[in-house]
Design a protein around this ligand. Structure first.
Ligand code: FPP
Length: 239
């Protein structure tokens, strides 16, 4: 059943694509594009309360992104550490609760410690829920959920006959999140690239040509507004 709320999307998920191309077009190294992209993250998170977005989930690093050059991966990891260190205070003051999804096992200890600290620091916040997907892959997440679930079955805590969609969803990294209403991908690619595979079963998708470093709060507000109008019209036709 489609249980999406009417009106604006409560949960928006974004595949932030196009940093590399944006930088290359300007004759700059790819990492420069990622740095400008990080500034966009700040702007979009801040815009959420005004736009009516309660949950924002962003794809920062996929399980496939390890295949990039060693220097790009190292640069991205350092950018994540810097983002957390520099933004922690502002995120706390602005009422943003930050959580991470993805497999932490491959991430370096210092980054994982910063992630844990930021989650704890902002755990009482309720204004905006920001979820950052880091070393995240949808299939990997489902596989890890099944592993956790089978351990519980083996330990006798769960009757295998009782396993259903809800039981599996409770073992996903996203167990604390509602399903996304709207998934946006920037940079003109019309793929979902292993992002929130299970959770997006009923989501609307919006693929836009803008490269992530050019994405602005105005574009964000427009897409969310379009979603709200589309959704209301749909409601009117069916009732
Ligand atoms: C995709 O662009 C982008 C990424 C793999 C990284 C996303 C990271 C950021 C926006 C930086 C900051 C994030 C946080 C949470 C601080 P691409 O490199 O694939 O671009 P391309 O397709 O043009 O090569």
């Amino acid at each position: 059943m489609d249980s999406r709320p009417k009106g604006g999307p409560c949960h928006v998920a974004i595949i932030m694509d196009g940093n590399g191309r944006w930088a290359t077009q300007r004759g700059r190294p790819r990492l420069f594009g990622h740095h400008v992209g990080a500034r966009r993250v700040r702007e979009i998170v801040r815009a959420c309360p005004d736009i009516g977005v309660k949950y924002l989930t962003i794809f920062a690093f996929s399980t496939e992104n390890w295949r990039r050059t060693q220097s790009e991966v190292a640069g991205l990891m350092s950018l994540f550490r810097r983002y957390i260190t520099r933004e922690a205070k502002a995120l706390l003051a602005e009422g943003v609760r930050v959580r991470f999804i993805g497999d932490r096992i491959k991430l370096d200890d210092k980054l994982v410690r910063l992630m844990d600290e930021l989650e704890l620091l902002t755990s009482e916040n309720t204004k905006v829920n920001l979820t950052i997907a880091l070393n995240y892959g949808g299939r990997d997440e489902v596989a890890r959920a099944v592993k956790r679930l089978t351990r519980e079955v083996k330990a006798g805590h769960i009757d295998p006959e009782m396993v259903n969609e809800e039981t599996l969803a409770r073992h996903l990294d996203t167990c604390f999140l509602p399903d996304p209403d709207l998934v946006i991908r920037t940079s003109g690619e019309a793929r979902i690239s292993n992002f929130l595979l299970w959770q997006s079963a009923y989501a609307e998708y919006e693929f836009i040509d803008t490269l992530w470093p050019d994405f602005s709060k105005e574009i964000f507000a427009e897409i969310v507004g379009n979603y709200a109008r589309r959704d209301r019209r749909f409601g009117a036709v069916t009732t």
